[in-house]
Design a binder for this molecule. Structure first.
Ligand SMILES: Cc1cc2nc3c(=O)[nH]c(=O)nc-3n(C[C@H](O)[C@H](O)[C@H](O)COP(=O)(O)OP(=O)(O)OC[C@H]3O[C@@H](n4cnc5c(N)ncnc54)[C@H](O)[C@@H]3O)c2cc1C
Length: 396
């Protein structure tokens, strides 16, 4: 049974779904506007659900990731002075199976893992999708003056998705009202941190996690109600000023990061969310469907989960049954990914509180939450399994 799919976008979600469909015997064409399959961003935290999704797509890649040391030692939340608001002994919690700590991976490596099962002839690079249309038994993508028709079109084209217009017009790209920076201190600097975690100030946050190669990944945020957020220019100097007086190693991490490894983003989300992820033979996944704030570190994880469930839904179906299979995918994924996006947005609102009273009250409340309960909250988000084992989509 020969079935074809056009996947728009070669990010985490597009690569994962393409790999899974190739394994299920589909003929896949991946259209990517960039001239190469390149990963934008620095590192990613992969929670247990994300690693399970990678395992579905490529068990060997998941084995490599699981072989890496993940976060251990002490982690939690601190105030800018360094006082703990909530503290977790990650190793102890892991032993109690309360938390499966995230595994850090650099984005180019994850892209390489997800893309390695896709034949190079399946990629059409430097092609920007401009429109999607459908007739009864085919969907069609326009790109660079050409049209590409298939049994299934997948919009994996990120928050600014063009494909989304063919599926839903209710979602909007909305500012989360804060900016973020990400940086990596390379292993060659020889800096060491004994723990990880996040520090919450008023309208500002800083977090860091050791990488398995000896480097250190960090991130920082600033509410855009603060006028300096608009400042461009020397980001390291701006960050040093913004976080001056915060406990170590915050200042040292900023100072040790090469300027070219500091990345700044305005944080946006899809809000309100789409009313559906599918229409006829067209489906959305990942940020195209539910771009969320990074506050739970679950955006790529949701793209990976979507990819797995979409491949399971359509894996064995004949072309005429693709629309019905997509409805099943929508029914499964929208409550899950939409719920995580809403949770992430709430977490962002709480963690970015900037008022003296509201942030103070938050900090008092945080001190009262038992660490196992806090860890359990993260564990619950990551508590996902594919609805079918990988072999169910392996080619006959
Ligand atoms: C600061 C920050 C930190 C984050 N940290 C984490 C984390 O720790 N863990 C986690 O799980 N998630 C994290 N995320 C979220 C994660 O980065 C995204 O959710 C994830 O990359 C989405 O993947 P995607 O494949 O859906 O979209 P994208 O990665 O945006 O990929 C879309 C692809 O489509 C291509 N494209 C776009 N438009 C077109 C077009 N018209 N035609 C052809 N191609 C097109 C783009 O070039 C791109 O290659 C973070 C996000 C941010 C902003």
């Amino acid at each position: 049974m020969s079935r074809t799919a056009v996947v728009v976008g070669a990010g985490v979600g597009g690569l994962a779904v393409s790999s899974a469909l190739v394994r299920a015997g589909w003929e896949v064409l991946v259209l990517e506007r960039a001239d190469e399959v390149r990963a934008v961003g620095s590192a990613l935290a992969l929670w247990a659900n994300a690693v399970r999704a990678v395992e579905f797509v490529d068990p060997a890649a998941a084995a490599v990731l699981r072989g890496r040391p993940s976060l251990g030692g002490l982690a939690g939340l601190r105030t800018p002075s360094g006082a703990w608001l909530a503290r977790m002994d990650v190793d102890a919690l892991r032993a109690m199976q309360t938390v499966d700590a995230p595994i850090m991976v650099e984005r180019p490596e994850l892209h390489a893992f997800l893309g390695r099962q896709i034949p190079s002839s399946s990629f059409l690079l430097g092609r920007t999708c401009t429109a999607v249309s459908q007739v009864e038994d085919m969907a069609s993508v326009r790109a660079g003056g050409d049209a590409y028709s298939a049994d299934l079109v997948i919009g994996a084209d990120g928050i600014g998705s063009v494909v989304r217009a063919a599926v839903d017009t209710s979602a909007s790209i909305t500012s989360a009202r804060y900016v973020s920076w990400r940086g990596i201190v390379p292993a060659s600097v020889g800096m060491e941190v004994s723990d990880g975690g996040e520090t919450w100030g008023r309208g500002q946050r800083f977090g860091y996690i050791p990488l398995s190669d000896g480097g250190i990944y960090w991130y920082a945020t600033l509410g855009t109600s603060r006028p300096r957020a608009a400042e461009l220019g020397d980001q390291k100097r701006l960050l040093s000023e913004l976080f001056s007086g915060w406990h170590e190693p915050v200042g040292a991490l900023i100072a040790a990061t090469p300027a070219e490894r500091v990345l700044r983003n305005d944080v946006n989300m899809l809000w309100p969310q789409p009313r559906t992820y599918v229409h006829g033979r067209v489906a959305l996944l990942g940020d195209a469907a539910h771009a969320m704030t990074p506050d739970l570190g679950q955006g790529a994880a949701m793209a990976l989960e979507d990819a797995v469930e979409l491949a399971i839904a359509v894996g064995d179906v004949a072309s005429e049954d693709v629309p019905a299979a997509l409805l099943a995918y929508d029914a499964l994924r929208r409550p899950r990914a939409g719920g995580v996006a809403a949770q992430s947005r709430r977490m962002g609102q709480i963690s970015q509180l900037s008022g003296l009273f509201s942030a103070g009250l938050r900090d008092v409340a945080l001190r009262l939450i038992p660490s196992s309960r806090m860890a359990g909250g993260f564990g619950a988000t990551a508590n996902w399994q594919p609805s079918q084992p990988p072999r169910a989509i392996a080619p006959e």
